[in-house]
Design a protein around this ligand. Structure first.
Ligand code: 6PG
Length: 243
């Protein structure tokens, strides 16, 4: 597990773009296709806007999935698909058939069933994830995660106003080749330290820590979110990002 610290959210977003571009190249070289899952959230949105201008991604060979979504239609407020479409997918030449959205308007159960079938059993090459101040990731909330789940996608429940959700499971995340968490802001600082300790404990309890099992795991964090990390012994060097 690697933790990288940057000056601010913009620098985290730029580093995320570099990671996606590199991930796409490696996957296409190795397997001819790049399977990425996009996260919801404010920091990912900034990364998607920058990614829409990045060179070096063969969008015709990119399969786009989502880490989770609310059980809403594609144009609703709160739809992760809508956010990704506006920030990225409508701006790049990705074929429609390669974009696999969660059909939340069908209800969480049916949407999860269909989405799981579309996801199939090939591992995701790269999963982008956020972390909530409560330690959730994707729509895996504290107290609501089954860690023995045989499924790769399940219906889930989150806080109002969008209680019904669909999420990748810990199994699907464990099978992914690489996971990259994007975490910014002082409101996440205490929980980030707790999650990183938890992830190294051998029996993690918080969902974001449980999601660190399997594959390569990288945390891209800003200085505000990293303020408590020295307390748990993580010596972090600030990485400077050039425009
Ligand atoms: C969503 C995701 C959620 C998100 C975190 C972090 O909101 O769609 O389910 O896991 O990634 O809550 O969000 P922020 O980056 O906006 O804090």
């Amino acid at each position: 597990m690697i933790v990288r610290c940057f000056t601010d959210g913009g620098a985290v977003a730029r580093a995320a773009v570099e990671t996606v571009v590199e991930g796409a190249r490696l996957a296409v070289d190795a397997r001819g296709i790049f399977r990425i899952a996009l996260a919801g959230g404010a920091t990912p949105r900034m990364a998607y806007e920058r990614l829409s201008e990045a060179r070096g991604i063969d969008w015709s060979r990119t399969e786009v999935f989502f880490s989770d979504d609310r059980a809403v239609g594609p144009d609703a407020d709160g739809s992760n698909f809508r956010m990704a479409r506006e920030a990225l997918l409508a701006r790049v030449p990705v074929p429609d058939a390669r974009v696999h959205r969660i059909q939340g308007e069908l209800g969480a159960e049916e949407a999860a069933r269909r989405y799981e079938a579309e996801l199939g059993d090939a591992p995701l090459d790269l999963v982008l994830l956020g972390m909530g101040a409560d330690g959730h990731t994707a729509s895996l909330f504290p107290g609501g995660v089954r860690d023995d789940d045989a499924r790769r996608v399940v219906p889930a429940r989150g806080p109002p106003p969008h209680v019904e959700r669909v999420t990748l499971t810990l199994r699907a995340l464990a099978e992914a080749r690489r996971k990259v968490f994007l975490v910014t802001g002082a409101s996440k600082a205490a929980r980030l330290a707790e999650v990183l300790l938890d992830a190294r404990s051998g029996s993690p309890a918080l969902p974001a820590a449980q999601a660190c099992t399997g594959g390569d795991v990288e945390w891209l964090v800003d200085r505000a979110a990293a303020t408590e990390l020295a307390m748990i012994g993580d010596e972090l060097t600030l990485e400077q990002q050039q425009e």
